[in-house]
Design a binder for this molecule. Structure first.
Ligand code: FEO
Length: 169
């Protein structure tokens, strides 16, 4: 039986993962209508990955004889100033998700729920990978600044990244 405190923390996280999925979907839409089809591909795929994260948590809660809940989620931002703005916000968002995951992990130690701690290891590794990938992309965007050819190249690279990563968790 899942510890009720852990169950609540995981249910809150399920909502955060669901919000992440919608946030990246909203960013993908902005990129698609603003001439960044590669970034759009990348973010559509990232949105799918976030859905996979929340599904993983839902199944875990239910399999531990808890009850996964979906709470109301706020509307994601739909307008962005630039591609730099989009990826700056992606990184900021992922950093906040990392903190939430770490907080839940801390709670599992306090509550001696080692099974959930073990389950969360996958998310901890995933957060390291995501933050590293996004900060690499962000640095490239910063480097090209307003150079249109450079931006075109980055967009193409993002499209290739989304193809390469298809099917990989
Ligand atoms: Fe579900 Fe991007 O963390």
């Amino acid at each position: 039986m899942l510890n009720p405190k852990i169950e609540t923390a995981l249910n809150n996280q399920i909502t955060k993962e669901e919000f992440s999925s919608r946030l990246y979907l909203s960013m993908a839409i902005w990129c698609e209508v603003n001439g960044y089809p590669g970034a759009a591909d990348f973010l559509y795929k990232h949105s799918d990955e976030e859905r996979m994260h929340l599904m993983k948590m839902i199944h875990y809660v239910n399999n531990r004889r808890g009850f996964a809940h979906l709470f109301a989620i706020e509307e994601p931002q739909s307008e962005y100033a630039s591609l730099l703005d989009v990826f700056t916000q992606v990184l900021k968002h992922e950093e906040s998700i990392t903190e939430y995951i770490n907080d839940i992990y801390g709670l599992t130690v306090e509550e001696r729920d080692y099974s959930t701690g073990n389950f969360l290891q996958w998310f901890i590794t995933e957060q390291i990978e995501e933050e590293s990938l996004i900060s690499t992309i962000l640095n490239k965007i910063k480097l090209v600044g307003n150079d249109k050819a450079g931006m075109f190249h980055i967009d193409k690279e993002l499209s290739e990244m989304s193809i390469k990563n298809t099917g990989v968790e």
